[in-house]
Design a protein around this ligand. Structure first.
Ligand code: OXD
Length: 308
């Protein structure tokens, strides 16, 4: 039984150690030391380069090493090979930390104080209670739900929008295109945690920004192509939006001459909101392999029709 890991080299040892200790029956290989590709049954990869899957005739399951799968060319993955998304506590915790930090930094005016500090200005701003602000999350998958649960502890009013209806305690939920505008109308901070699909590409655009209350802030932790960059700059410059925190951009890395770098109300981080942690991801992936070996249904299989 062979598994090939072809992803982030820095974290490869963490994966290999876990499998060596907990699954000595599985032959765990790290790219490029892949041995005979004809023996590989499970592949853990971020991207599967064109033609590579064709070299793995025994491949049974393709595991994405990240939460998103938009980087995988689904047309290159044979229909009988399931693609499994990475759903693991390390990614979820990282996202919860990042979004909480972003929302609290906005709520507590940290970006204003950074500017004040640079100018040696002592100017206390009035702080409304968290309960006076509404945070809305687009995308109510495992990440969106975990983020909302944590934000609830601070007392924010919460809203969630999803393609299909969801019920979440303490969260006002909205679903589908018809309910997008009413959802947006109440969001002081909008968090994008949507998967990238043809339907969500460019969704963060002028029309969407106009539907938010004036002065709302955007946090994009989804994918760069969901944002129309020029529309964001226009919305910030007109005051329709107050700030944007972007962990994802298009392209990545963000080119040095991109206007986001110099914009005073855009804060950029280099796609670090959350990352797969081998310590917590390997047990989950191994359990999925064991399910496959027992002939049981795999968890977290991507629905190819939906694209996530
Ligand atoms: C992921 C990511 O999909 O890092 O895991 O964006």
């Amino acid at each position: 039984m062979s598994i090939l890991y072809r992803s982030d080299a820095a974290r490869a040892a963490g994966w290999a150690n876990y499998f060596a200790q907990h699954a000595p029956d599985l032959d765990f290989r790290i790219w490029p030391d892949a041995g005979d590709l004809k023996e590989v049954e499970y592949l853990i990869a971020w991207q599967a380069p064109a033609g590579f899957l064709a070299e793995l005739p025994k491949l049974k399951v393709l595991f994405s090493s990240g939460a998103g799968i938009d980087h995988v060319d689904l047309s290159a993955v044979p229909a009988h090979i399931p693609l499994v998304r990475m759903v693991e506590p390390g990614i979820i915790n990282g996202m919860v930390e990042y979004v909480s930090l972003a929302v609290l930094a906005l709520h507590r005016d940290f970006f204003d104080y950074m500017a004040h500090k640079a100018n040696h200005v002592w100017d206390p701003l009035e702080v409304p209670p968290a309960s006076a602000r509404t945070v809305g999350v687009m995308g109510l998958g495992s990440l969106g739900c975990a983020v909302l649960e944590r934000l609830a502890a601070f007392g924010f009013k919460l809203r969630g929008w999803n393609r299909s209806p969801r019920t979440l305690e303490g969260v006002e939920t909205f679903a589908g295109a018809d309910q997008l505008q009413p959802f947006l109308a109440g969001c002081d901070v909008l968090i994008c945690l949507l998967p990238l699909t043809p339907a969500t590409k460019g969704i963060l655009n002028r029309e969407l920004f106009a539907a938010l209350p004036k002065g709302a802030a955007l946090v994009n932790v989804g994918r760069g192509p969901q944002l129309v960059d020029a529309d964001l700059i226009e919305a910030l410059d007109s005051g329709q939006l107050s700030r944007a925190i972007l962990d994802v951009t298009e392209p990545e890395p963000l080119p040095a001459d991109h206007p986001f770098w110099a914009h005073p109300r855009v804060f950029v981080t280099p796609h670090v909101a959350s990352m797969t942690q081998p310590e917590s991801a390997a047990p989950i992936l191994l359990e999925n392999i064991r399910r496959d070996q027992r002939g049981e249904a795999l968890r977290d299989v991507v629905d190819r029709g939906r694209g996530y």
